[in-house]
Design a protein around this ligand. Structure first.
Ligand SMILES: Nc1ncnc2c1ncn2[C@@H]1O[C@H](COP(=O)(O)OP(=O)(O)OP(=O)(O)O)[C@@H](O)[C@H]1O
Ligand SMILES: O=P(O)(O)OC[C@H]1O[C@H](OP(=O)(O)OP(=O)(O)O)[C@H](O)[C@@H]1O
Ligand SMILES: O=C(O)c1cccnc1
Ligand SMILES: [Mg+2]
Length: 492
């Protein structure tokens, strides 16, 4: 689908921070607009203290880049902006330049659903400085949120250990767009369906659901409500049993289940939305089994997340479908992923690439200079390490050492012939032309599942996971160290 067309009616070029436009103007004014640059989008820490992150949002980025242009009304809005002295912020010649601006960047990115780690670029943009700069805010907005939610969903789904997880978040999501993007990302992360009908239509996600307490309350009795629902939806009966008394509710559900069966239909299950979910799900399971409904499912909901689901599993709750809303779509325990977008290299006036670093007191904030590639090494289908490197450093080598970007005492020797090597960054745009077909959401979801299977369970543990090694190829590590020393004047 065309996200900008269907959701936003056109270009999103103004979906940016004002400072991107002021920098763009100043780049143009100082003659730097067309200077070639490389920017990397990466995060520094997994969200939720997770041992892995699931990349998501690329289809939105592709659509954003394809529709990256300034409309006439965008330009008149900018033309009306005034400085304190009443003069225009942007001169007309610059606005004319923006009007004729065409997206001409190369974009390489990891595919949606890929398991990713701190420091590795999720997106690499190579092109005129002004364009690279103008993409920053929107790319971060898109990737930060969808990657965050896909990761949360993957954790919830891991906790559910093969049970279906339904995403019920729309009513508590962060606004309309937050809800839609969250439903999409939740599906990528492994949810089986969403309650969000518009997300179903826009993204091709399965839609499902049960019914609410209001349905029961609108009748004189619970059993009448169940019967009426069964009349309307004989194929889709999941009865919400906790409006008045959960045990009595399960009895009523069984009674109506028997009527359905007499008519050749099967009750799908019951939903419990309050109280002790371990206690009531076990009672429901026993009562359903005893009454001859072993196939009927027990659905649980009510402020669930991966930790409560894990606890309920440990308590041997008899839940087989989990409805998860608020804590999933709002990423309740960590509401933002902190991915950043940093200049990594720039071509100087003599046409020579210069790698760039931002020096920081905190070593985690020192970026990695240069135009990177990322390789994942697998042995017998199991991922063992990721390597960030510069192409020219790897050529002619049969082995190398990778070095942790934060703790140089952590190293790993890599003999290339011992591993299957996968290149994570795929070409998406070449000189502004899209050369990548965005996969269907089903294959993105499958990609996430297959990717996760490559990782040892110790990395997928929800608490205190084992850290997966990601390192800089030794020459890149040296380049970065030398550059930091140079910028800090340590060599003087
Ligand atoms: N056996 C259990 N072990 C751990 N957590 C549970 C268990 N049963 C329910 N929970 C969780 O405890 C919390 C209970 O919240 P709360 O007290 O607000 O719900 P409630 O009073 O049962 O329901 P409601 O207010 O919707 O009628 C929910 O997050 C729920 O998922
Ligand atoms: O709990 P969540 O993970 O967000 O899942 C969605 C919730 O939305 C519905 O009720 P709602 O919360 O609107 O009302 P209730 O809590 O009074 O049942 C549903 O019954 C779930 O409880
Ligand atoms: O279909 C449901 O059961 C549902 C949908 C949204 C929120 N809570 C529950
Ligand atoms: Mg609730």
């Amino acid at each position: 689908m065309k996200i900008t067309k269907d959701l936003y009616q056109g270009s999103l070029a103004l979906l940016t921070d004002f400072y991107q436009l002021t920098m763009a103007y100043a780049y143009w004014k100082s003659g730097k607009a067309e200077q070639e640059a490389v920017f990397n989008l990466f995060f520094r820490k997994h969200p939720f203290q997770s041992g892995f992150t699931i990349a998501a949002g690329l289809e939105y980025v592709v659509d954003f880049c394809n529709n990256f242009y300034f409309k006439d009304d965008d330009l008149s809005y900018l033309a009306d902006m005034k400085n304190a002295d009443g003069s225009p912020v942007f001169e007309t010649a610059f606005l004319d330049y923006l009007k004729s601006l065409k997206f001409t960047c190369d974009v390489d990115a990891v595919e949606e659903g890929t398991v990713v780690f701190p420091h590795t670029p999720l997106i690499r943009v190579n092109g005129p400085l002004i364009q690279c700069q103008l993409l920053e805010t929107a790319l971060l907005n898109i990737i930060n949120f969808q990657t965050l939610i896909a990761t949360k969903a993957a954790r919830v789904v891991l906790a559910a250990k093969g049970d279906s997880v339904l995403e019920f978040g729309l009513r508590r999501a962060q606004g309309i767009d937050g809800a839609l993007a969250a439903s999409r990302a939740s599906y990528i992360g492994g949810c089986a369906a969403t309650s969000n009908v518009m997300a179903g239509k826009l993204f091709g996600i399965p839609v499902s659901g049960t019914h609410a307490h209001s349905w029961i309350m609108s009748f004189d009795s619970e059993i009448e409500a169940f019967k009426a629902y069964a009349d309307a939806f004989p194929e889709k009966c999941v009865f919400l049993v906790d409006t008045y008394d959960t045990v009595a509710g399960i009895k009523n559900a069984i009674e109506v289940g028997k009527i359905l069966r007499e008519n050749g239909k099967e009750m799908l299950g019951v939903r419990i939305d309050s109280g002790d979910l371990a206690y009531f799900s076990n009672i429901a399971r026993e009562m359903l089994d005893e009454a001859g409904f072993p196939e009927a499912k027990v659905v649980a909901s009510n402020d669930l997340d991966e930790h409560i689901i894990t606890s309920l599993k440990i308590q041997e709750a008899s839940v087989s479908v989990w409805g998860v809303g608020t804590k999933l779509v709002t990423a309740y325990d960590q509401p933002a992923l902190g991915a950043v977008y940093k200049l990594a290299a720039i071509k100087n006036e003599r046409g020579v690439w210069e790698p760039k670093v931002k020096v920081s007191q905190q070593s985690i904030k020192i970026n990695i200079p240069g135009e990177h590639q990322v390789s994942r090494f697998l042995k017998n289908g199991r991922a063992v390490a990721d390597m960030i490197f510069l192409q020219e450093h790897k050529e002619d080598k049969t082995s190398t050492t990778i070095i942790d970007p934060i703790d140089p005492t952590k190293r790993k020797r890599i003999n290339f012939e011992d591993f299957e090597e996968i290149s994570l960054l795929k070409p998406i745009f070449k000189k502004g032309e899209q050369i990548y077909d965005c996969p269907k959401i089903e294959s993105i979801k499958l990609n996430a599942q297959e990717n996760l299977q490559h990782f040892d369970k110790t990395h997928k543990r929800l608490t205190n996971p084992h850290v997966y090694p990601v390192g800089l190829e030794e020459n890149l590590y040296q380049l970065r160290t030398d550059l930091v020393f140079k910028m800090k004047n340590y060599d003087k």
